[in-house]
Design a protein around this ligand. Sequence first.
Ligand SMILES: [Zn+2]
Length: 430
Amino acid sequence: MKAGVGSRPSQTWRSLLASREFLREGIYKLVGDGNLTLIWPDLWAGTHSVSINGVTIVRIRCIPLTRTRTHDAWAWKDEANGTLSVKSCYKMATKELWEGVDMVPNLFCLLPSSLWKSIWYLPLLSRYTVFLWRACRGIIPTIEALNHRGLEIDENCLLCGSEEEDVYHALVDCSRLKQEWDEARYNFASRFYHSSLIEWMVMEWLKWSEDQRCHFVIALYRIGECRNRRKVSQEASNFNGLWNRVERCWNENVIARALVGNDLEVPSILRWEKPRFPYIKLNVDAAMKENRDRAIGGVLRDWDGLVTGAFISSTPNLNDVVVVGALAVEKGMKVAREAGMKDIIVNCDSRLVVDMLNARCNHTSLWSSVCTNILNLSCAFNDVIFRWIPRVCNKSADVMSRVAKNSSQDTIWTLSVPLCLADSYIEYIT
Ligand SMILES: [Zn+2]
């Protein structure tokens, strides 16, 4: 620990010396015969330097006397057996960073919002991003959840049988998946340093290219899918060719995106459509206010395309587009219920919101409580259909959410058409 740099140090030697200060913070001496331990400078009585006081005396008394003649040795304080491991070094080196992060998987955990945004805006089908979102929050169908549904399943991992199946183990850390992760086109070796998906992502995700992120998300989805098939139908899990399938998915996705892009260039064929009798169509949208609160608005129209209701409202700054979208849906459904409407089609241009509502997910979170409210509200109707529509077909709801941006009041119109809509009313009903 005292060696100098030397006159012509190699790169390896320089790196070793560079980590010396860090190592000093984590090592201590295990006293054997005492020959290699210096009383004052070395850490040997617990993890603090020796000074003459009662605490030190107690610590020294706690050191077991060795009966065999063993030499003094260095030990690492972050591992119970004293052995240095890359994982615990990494944990120690990043400890400061973690102190500011709340790892509880709830909707408001203090993860960088850029991380969530980068998940939502990945150029992937929403089933992949929703899966990742759920996996991060620990709400993919785990063995525990399946047991709850009446499927009796052993709590240990179905593949390796040796460890309890949590999300990180199931999708990443299981020994049966090691080869697959090792063979990925991108380097995912940093997974060894972490113990949860969210922890891994906070540390690495933003450093990855978009391509790597997409490969990662599709692979997680495929692994999850494979495991579920095994659970439900006892089908043998076969991860061979995982990355070929991921690659194919990604290519299909790129093609699909190119096609969608073409569609958006000709918006004249995409427009709002009248619902069939007896349905009322509810369109909702959300926008951000100047103070970062969210403005929500919506329009209800009947089978003739006539406006039968509209509303504006606002919510506090919730850092989650899915929840804000869902709150807009909830508000719109309440307006429809108060107006006595019975059959409604709910249109929203956030595919995530619609996918999540149709998935009727059931877990503990703010999302879940909004989702439960919406599903409970559905009981007041004969029929409720949740449907995604492209942005260009949601103009009137967009107009309402913009009105809400500049208003501090919640307003509901059920007997008249708001002026802002009347201006462009003719355009929308055609
Ligand atoms: Zn396993």
